[in-house]
Design a protein. Structure first.
Length: 339
């Protein structure tokens, strides 16, 4: 039989009224009571009726999550982090895939609004930040790069240190020219911020850096293999061409690697390679791919806790360290080949 609120109260050693306050967010509850009730509900497999909670609190008990591209494998740990916290507090999650398109993103955000979501989590940089900003100004709690400033600052500090570490590694291997390859608006958003850090850190170590847009504008998520091979062949094998390619995202990396394979460019013999983002295929690839990665699950959990705190469902949020960016040096980065 499905457990009821009385069983949760008995398991947690509190009153049914306290259970109700914790699970519905109506009325005060101490941090200890919240912890005990939440843990008891998870152990018993109890979840409040979404429709009943909505009637009592005028909430939908739904959190919307906007992701830039579900094809990018690094999105999955972030979503798991959001789901973990949401489920602990009786929330359902609706995921909207923007598919790297401003038009699709706007339609997806309108769809989430129609679902009367209680809050919105934005993964990465939105294509139409003004649309997200209008939702926040309308009163919808939003967690994104703009509305999550303290953590974003900590994450930026961590990224600066890691980019410095990567450029130190490249300089020790004799690299003096790198190319940063990206899709879309490299001058904006996360990719643009990364480029600014890379350009500065590289210059400080005597490395020339250039940024290059790849992929067809009409369909940037499906760069043409032969076309990519031709571009990379001309780039890497030109006089004074880059000796290291740095992919702006883990979604782009397979397309670049395909182009390098078609062009028969040896990694790292002719050109070293690394990317932002990690997933199980990166260490399994041959050579194993060097990556800059961080704990996106922790980011997703923290952003969701922040929203629940602003909704009055949590008295406090967990202290999460955002100093989680790491450079994982693997075989795809090596010394510059002797001429």
């Amino acid at each position: 039989m499905r457990p009821d609120i009385r069983q949760v109260a008995a398991e947690a050693g509190v009153s049914t009224a306290t259970v109700s306050r914790v699970l519905t967010g109506r009325g005060p509850a101490s941090a200890e009571a919240t912890r005990r009730v939440t843990a008891a509900a998870v152990r018993l497999g109890y979840s409040p009726s979404a429709s009943a909670s909505s009637l009592r609190t005028d909430r939908s008990m739904i959190i919307g999550v906007l992701v830039p591209n579900l094809a990018n494998p690094v999105v999955l740990p972030f979503l798991r982090g959001v789901e973990h916290v949401a489920q602990l507090h009786g929330y359902a999650v609706i995921v909207a895939d923007a598919q790297r398109s401003p038009e699709i993103e706007r339609r997806q955000l309108d769809r989430l609004s129609a679902q009367r979501i209680d809050a919105l989590v934005v993964a990465g940089q939105p294509r139409d930040p003004d649309h997200v900003r209008r939702l926040a100004e309308s009163g919808l709690p939003v967690a994104d790069a703009e509305h999550f400033t303290a953590q974003a600052t900590a994450m930026a500090t961590s990224l600066i240190a890691v980019v410095d570490q990567v450029c130190d590694h490249l300089a020790r291997f004799g690299h003096r020219h790198l190319a940063y390859l990206a899709q879309g608006r490299v001058a904006q958003g996360i990719s643009g911020a990364r480029w600014t850090l890379i350009e500065s850190a590289a210059a400080a170590r005597g490395i020339t850096a250039q940024r290059i847009l790849v992929g067809a504008p009409a369909d940037p998520d499906r760069p043409d293999g032969p076309g990519m091979a031709s571009l990379l062949d001309g780039l890497v094998r030109s006089p004074d061409g880059p000796t290291v390619l740095w992919s702006a995202s883990h979604a782009l990396a397979p397309h670049l690697l395909e182009g390098l394979a078609i062009a028969d460019i040896a990694i790292p013999g002719e050109c070293s390679f690394l990317t932002f983002g990690d997933s199980p295929w990166a260490p399994a690839y041959r050579p194993a791919i060097s990556v800059v990665t961080n704990d996106l699950g922790a980011v997703g959990r923290a952003m969701t806790e922040d929203l629940l705190h602003r909704l009055g469902l949590l008295e406090s949020v967990s202290t999460v360290s955002f100093d989680t960016d790491r450079y994982v040096a693997r075989a795809s980065v090596g010394p510059v080949a002797s001429s």
